[in-house]
Unconditional design. Sequence first.
Length: 420
Amino acid sequence: TGGVTARGSSVSVTFNGTRNSDFAEPSLLPSVATVSGTNFYISRGDSAANITFSCNSPVGVLAAPESNVAGEASKVTLSLNITTKWPKDGRLIVTFQDDVNFNIPSSSRANIVRGVDGSILSLVDDPSHFIIVTRQNDGSDLAADARNVVLEFTNIQNPGQAHDSLNYTIELQSRSGACMEKVNYTGSGLVPNVLRSATATTTSAVAGTISNVSLSFTISNALPSNAVVRVRLPEEYALNAGGTTGAISSTPLALQGGFTTSTSANGTITMTRTTVGASSPNFVAAGTAGLGITITNVRNPPISGLASRPIEMTTLVSGEVNEIDTVKNITQGTFTPGALLVTSVTQNGTTGSVAFSTIRFTTANPIPVDGIVKVTYPSGITFAGQPSLITASNIDGGLAVSTSGQTVTLQRSGSGTVVA
């Protein structure tokens, strides 16, 4: 009913109902022809450009290692719902996050858990951190909108460092490698592994003494040459005592090089591996046992007994926050009291009389504002009623006096200053 379309006219028509190819490959060249009412060709020609498609995306993707511990041998389970037909000779490529060093040995394999029939063949490319899974043409085409397709990848070693999340790229392909579906997936992360057999000893067990703290430990994950070792001592230790707190390797053959150290007010010593003289830091392999570090110029807690909490120790890479290995429960030995120096004890008066008793002493450790001084007398001395305090020097804030047996207790009121 219309008019004749003139020669050289630019014509455009749009219609619906076409279904795109299952493959995102530039190999589709449409042809166009015009035909007379009597079915004779008027003109015809091929498209000057291919029809191209972008990859579809699978939905419901889940990928996670069986173990969430850094460096552990594990298997990764992948589940997805596909939206495009996956042919019986198609491929699946899974790329594991390569910037955190998944270890994918040649023995790694993909196994079908459910949702796919026939057999598959696995090919590992560890430098690129991906596994190619190829269907062997002995099953059936997997229909579009297939649900709950699950595969597992065995003998995958987790990265040797904790991470908040792990990234994977999943791509379904035709046999020729044309993309059908592709998605980048972010899954749950990893927690650090454990520093094993960790112990701590001090060169002196006397409270308040300047000492060195010797640490011995076994690493689970490798310790790189640019590693940082972070140790947090209980708050009652004093750092930079008698000199700057430092650190040295006490196992120089296994743990080569030295450390530059920094300290913080909460008792943390940060030790960064560095070259010392002719000794440069080495790469220490995962599982190396019996490593040792000695922290110098540390003052023991000023009170006898056990420290208020265990020592914490962590390894990580310099400039990064993700931990490699950690331990939070290194116990220390029991500290003995410092050696208080009693300079003089005087009793005035004659035998049998009520006398003044003067005790002079030099402290080994500070006496806190709520501290106690106890004086225990030999059995030949008794008390005539309740003793009272006459004078006190260099210990302020008031003292409450009480007795029990042969012991006089002087309880500080809490309102004075610490006796250094």
